[in-house]
Design a protein around this ligand. Sequence first.
Ligand code: ASP
Ligand code: MG
Length: 417
Amino acid sequence: MRIFKFGGASVKNKESIGNVKNILIQQKFEKGFVVVSAMGKTTNALEEVVKAYQENQNYLAMLNEIEEQHINVVKELIPEINSVFQDIINHVAEVKTFLSLNKSPKYDFIYDQVIALGELLSTKIIAAYLNHSGVNCTWLDAREYIKTNSDYREGKVDYETTCERLQHLPKDKIYIIQGFIGSDDNNFTTTLGREGSDFTGAIISYCLDAESLTIWKDVPGVLNADPRHFAKTQILNKISFEEAIELAYYGATVIHPKTLQPLQHKKIPLLVKSFMHPENEGTKIDDFSEQIKPQIPCYIVKPQQIVLTISSKNFEFIDEKVISDVYKLLTDFKLKVNLIQISAINLYLCLEDKYTNLESAVELLSQKFHVQKEEFCELYTIRNADSKSEKIIPKYESAIIKQSGKQTLQLVIKKEA
Ligand code: ASP
Ligand code: MG
C-alpha cells in the first residue's frame, strides 16, 4: 500500500484539486491513503479566528469568509453536488457552536477545536470531487483513527490505538483523510503541531507497513539549499534517513524529523515529488548506506539567531561549572542553543529565543557574568563542505563564530540592518 500526502499549496484552488485527481490516475493509485492539508493559507486564517475570539473581536465574520471561500471552490469545481455545500456549512456551524458555548479559558484547547476545520473542509471537497470524477474514494475523519494524548497543539500519538484502528479498515480502497489532526481520549480534537500533515502520512505508513510515503510538493524534491536564500540550487536524488535527520536538525525545513522517525523505524521510503511534474523522479529518502547523492555541499540557514558572549567577572576560565550553570539557566528559559564555542575566558552561544525569554535570562546571567548580546544573526550550516562552499555565504569573512567539524561547517553572521 502506498500513502500520498498533498499539502496546502497542492490543493489551494480548483486547478490544483484537478491536478490531484490527475496524479492519482497517472500514478495508478487504486488503493491506499491520501492525506490532505487545509487549502492554501486556511490554517493561518483560522489562527486569526482563534485570536479574534480571544480578543472579543468579530470572529464570526472571519469564519463566514472562510466558509464562503470554500463554497466558491465547490461552485467552480462541482456545483451539482449539493451535499458538499451542506457539509461545509455544517462543519463551520459546528465551530461556531463550539465557540459560542465554550467556557474553557485554555488557548491551546480552543485552538485545536477551531483549527481542524481547514482540513475537514478541504478533504470533504476533494473526496466529493474525486468521487464525482470517477475516482472512487472514502472520506475518513482522522479524529476516529489518529489518537493522541491531550497536549493540545502538540498531541503525542498513541501508536498502539492508532495502528489498531487503522488496521481494521479494508485494504482495497482509496481513503481521503485529514493530515495534522487527531483526537484525545475524550474525543476532543487535537493537532500534531503546525505543518503536521507530513507526520500524519508517516504515522499511517508506519501503522500499515506501507511500501512508501510520497509527499507531493511545489518544489521538484529536496534541494541542497533554500532557493529563498541561494541563487543556485540542485536537487538531491537520494538521501539516507540519517542524513535527512541531520539536515532537518540544522534547520532544513523540507522534512521534519518527526516525520522521518516512524519511517526510518520501519525502513519505509519517503518520496518527495513535484505535483507540477509528477513524472519526474524527485527525491528518495531511504535506508541508503550512501549519505547523499549527488555528493554536493548542502546549505542551510537558520534565521533569527542571537549570539551571547559570556565571560566571568573575575577572569575565571570557562570551565564545566560555568557551562553547566549557564546551560541550566538557558534550559529554564527555554532558550535553544544551536552552536557553542569556548575559549579560555569566553563562552559564545548562538541561540534562538522562541518564547521571548531572552531579556529575563540575560538579566539573571548578568548577575554573575559579563554578557554581550548580538541580535539579528543568521546561522549558516554547510554539510559536506568543500573548499569553495564557504565563499557562497554572504559576508562569510565577517563571521562572528565559525566552526568546522568533520562534515559540517557553521558560520554565524550578523544580518544587514
Ligand atoms: N494545515 C496545517 C498547517 O498549515 C498542517 C499542514 O499543512 O501540514 O500547519
Ligand atoms: Mg498547511
